[in-house]
Design a protein around this ligand. Structure first.
Ligand SMILES: [Zn+2]
Length: 206
């Protein structure tokens, strides 16, 4: 399984997707968006709660069970959207909740013991109650070991967490730079009305 670092980043990216069209400045009004950010990060980590609620932690045999399925992702998204419309309308909110929860399934699909085209993932029961486990042949995240407490606090896991922090952090920085570049080029471009106005003024002077 990937650590909460990668999943929390995915929740953060879902939050940015929600705020990207907003006219209010995120940097100055960040405190009013904390509940939205908190819920989306929580949702992105929620499937791994099966690790804690069933006995045998950390080598939990029931981990990566029904909570890692599209059926539960849909149910939770619809139920949560009934309680709180995070993005205005019911369906928009449900889709956003599903994106946050679904990001967990996507990350787990690409998590395995060896990075590359190694088919080393343990898989997730995406179509539960059908028991088949699905996994991507391309592994992007090495994942953390949790067979025992010594494995949980091993150097391997420190390396995996550092890897997730660096790769997800780099993706966030690159996306942020690209986005501010796009925003700048949009604001520097003259509006069609303003351009027409300056053209008329120019003709008037002639
Ligand atoms: Zn998981």
């Amino acid at each position: 399984m990937a650590s909460p670092i990668a999943h929390s980043f995915a929740g953060f990216w879902t939050f940015l997707a929600l705020r990207v069209r907003s006219k209010t400045r995120l940097a100055t009004h960040w405190h009013q968006y904390l509940p939205q950010l908190g819920v989306l990060i929580l949702l992105a980590n929620l499937p791994d709660l099966d690790l804690l609620i069933t006995p045998g932690f950390p080598a939990n045999a029931l981990h990566r069970g029904f909570t890692h399925s599209l059926a539960v992702a849909t149910l939770i998204s619809l139920a949560l959207s009934c309680v709180w419309r995070i993005a205005g309308g019911f369906w928009r909110s449900a889709i956003l909740y599903f994106t946050a929860y679904g990001s967990h399934l996507l990350i787990d699909l690409c998590t395995g013991t060896q990075i590359g085209w190694t088919k080393s993932g343990s898989g997730v029961p995406l179509l539960w109650p059908w028991p088949k486990n699905f996994s991507s042949p391309l592994i992007l995240i090495p994942g953390v070991r949790h067979q025992s407490f010594s494995a949980l606090f091993s150097l391997d896991n420190v390396w995996s967490c550092t890897y997730e922090l660096l790769t997800c952090g780099a993706i966030t920085v690159i996306a942020f730079v690209l986005w501010t570049h796009i925003l700048k080029s949009k604001t520097n471009r003259p509006a069609p009305q303003a351009a027409a106005h300056s053209l008329t003024e120019l003709r008037h002077h002639e």
